[in-house]
Ligand binder design. Sequence first.
Ligand SMILES: [Zn+2]
Length: 368
Amino acid sequence: MGQLAPSVKGLAIRRPLVVSDPGVAACGLLERVTDPLRAVGVECAVFDRVEGNPTEASVYPGVEIYRGQQCDGIVALGGGSAIDAAKAIRLKTTHDLPLEDYDDLKNGGDLITFNGPPLVAIPTTAGTGSEVGRSTVITLKATGRKTVIFSPHLLPNIAIADPEITFGLPPHLTAATGMDALTHNLEAYLALGYHPMCDAIALKGVELVHRNLPLAVRDGRNLEARTGMMAAAIMGAVAFQKGLGTVHSLAHPLSTVAGMHHGLTNAILLPHVMRFNLSAAGKRLADLAVALGVDTQGVAMDSAAQAAVAAIERLNTEIGIPARLRDAGVREEMILVMVPLAMEDGCRLLNPRPTSREDMEMLYRAAY
Ligand SMILES: [Zn+2]
C-alpha cells in the first residue's frame, strides 16, 4: 500500500472518490486508503455502498457523489464488485448514454472513448482479477441480466496488488474468491482458440491455486499463500482474455436469480462442467491434472482427464465448499428460470463442447 500516495499523485488526482462496499468499510480497510492520502494532503470523498452483485444502485449514486464533491479521479477498494462498480462510475462521469447502451452483446464498447478520469484499483480479494481486466459486469434492469461492458478504456491506470490487504479475508470468502481465480485460469485454458501465451499463464495460475488456496484458507496470515493467490487471480484475468466457458454462463444467472456469490457458484459448477467437457477436451483436461498436482506418469489420457475432475472435487471439499447448489440456497424451481439466461450469456460460446439448452438444464440439475 506504500505505492498508493505516489500513484495518486503521479496521476495528478487531487480529490479521489474512493469506491468500496460496506463489508470492506466495516473491516476498517477504508482507512488504509484515506489515511496515507490525507497524510500527503489529499482528502477523499467516499462511496461505500456497492452491492455484492452490483446493479445501477451501485453506480449512479456514486456518480452523484463524484460530481457533487468535484472529484477528479477514482480509487476502487474491494473485490470484483467494488472494482467493477468503480469502472462503471468512471464510465458514467463522461459518457451520457444509459449503461445498457454499452452492453458488450451489442458491441456497446465501440461507444466508449478514452476520456474517463484516472482509476487506481486495489483488490481486497484474490479472485476476479478485475483490477487488470477491461470489463465491468453490472446487473441492469433494462437487460434483466448480468451485463458485460467491455472496453480497453475501462482498464485501471494502476493496480495495487498487496497480498497483506487480504490477510483479514475470512476463510469462506478466501475459498469462494480463490475458486473464481481457479475457474478463470481453468476455463481460459479449455476455451477454444489459439493463444499459447494465455494457455501458459492459465496453467501456471491453476498450479498456484492448487498449491496456495488450501493454505490461505487455513491460515489467512500466511504471506506466501496470500501472495500466490494474488498472483493467480491476476493471471486468471489475463488468461481469460482468451475466453471463458460454460461454467461462467451457468454461474451468472445463479447470482442474479439466487443471489449467490460468484466464486461459490463457479466452485460448485466446475467439476460438473469439466465432466461434460471430457469428450471434447480430454488432452487439455489431462494437462490440467498435472497443474493440479496429479501424478500422470504412465496414466492414459482419459484417466488423467478424469483425475483432474476428481482433484477439483477434493480441493472443494478441503476448503469447505458445499457440494450442491441446494446447499447454497438455490431452489429447484429456479433452474428453468436460469436456463434461458445461461443460454443468452456469451461466455459459453468458447466452451470446448457446444452447450445446448438441454445441456444447461442437465448441468444445473446435476449441480443441484
Ligand atoms: Zn469469474
